[in-house]
Design a protein around this ligand. Sequence first.
Ligand code: COA
Length: 386
Amino acid sequence: MAKNQEIACYSPGLAGIPVTESAISSVDGSIGHLEYRGIDIEQLAEKSSFEETSFLLIYGHLPSEAELAEFTNELHHHRRIKFRIRDIMKCFPESAHPMDSLQTTVAVMGMFYPLPHNLDGHLSDEHVRTVCLNLVGKLPTLVAAHARMRRGDDPIPPRDDLSHAGNFLYMLTGNEPTLLMERIMDVAMIVHAEHTLNASTFSTIVTASTLADPYTCISAAIGSLSGPLHGGANEDVLHMLDEIGHVNRAEAYLHDKLEKKEKIAGLGHRVYKTKDPRATLLQELYVELTKEMGEDPTYEIASRIEELSRSTLGAKGICPNVDFYSGIVYRKLGIPTDLFTPIFAVARVSGWLAHWREQLGVSRIFRPMQIYIGENGQNYVPMDKR
Ligand code: COA
């Protein structure tokens, strides 16, 4: 390709460049609309469960009653983790961030559940199903076990009689959640389960394209999600709201940040140029939760920031994204701030696996090109002449 053609194709961050075909989800950022397998997330949030949404994403259709019962039952029986994986977690430093723990333990899982290596990428349906059940089923247990072990507490074994969301809250807190808390965690997981080709999903499919094992693919995705420009933003939102401290200080804070040309956590999105529909759903969940658990001053600060930013950033299409209200919901459920991004991973693993499964049929290694801007034809300079 000629040099000027290369430059014409170059788009930093691959913005606007299609890199694969996919039938899993679609977003219209101009109107704030998101669909999984053609169904809008508002309907899924209202009518589905995380277990059913995971099935939909991975297998491409809504399950029949029998399919859903079988999938849910199998998922619930894949929650336990091997004691040797728990022993490995015991060796992590107390300072370990839960995302680092999760990334490591998911990579370790690959050693315990080896898969056949085929150069054509073919895996039997049974292998694919076991991988999906193992990862969707065990991620909540890995997160909850680490959260307790770092405090010196024993992990709480999963309960097969609770839903995915209910069991996760139970393993984290030791208390059976109320129906409303369970439903809110379920919806939060549904809306985080998939979002087209974001950075972590792209990491999944790039790694999958080498035919690396799926535990390595998901571990790579978790590493990518941990960054503050991706999943880590929901932690930053809570730190920001704590720093502001009172609704009266919101205006001065925003003004100061914008004057210094600094970004506001939880605002802006590469695709959405209007309010992220997931932010709207999470905000509604928060309001519902306050009916049972009372108001929280943090929410007042967040909604004031949203209101104030409308005239300045909103005009540029910088609006609340999924992370803006998710942390406030999780805090209200009693979850520590540094578990917000791991919860994102617990939900998003369904989307990552759907993309991993879809790419098994593609079998083309990703190998983009660069535009070389360094020197050529240089001579090696001996040490005494440098
Ligand atoms: N606060 C203030 N200004 C913001 C902003 C924010 N959160 N997000 C973007 N902008 C501004 C940029 O400064 C830039 O302004 P300029 O044109 O005057 O230079 C413009 O909007 C475009 O921003 P850019 O960073 O190029 O957009 P992007 O599409 O590459 O980045 C994000 C998208 C998400 C990385 C970015 O909005 C961001 O960093 N947001 C905060 C982190 C966050 O919430 N991440 C979670 C995403 S789900």
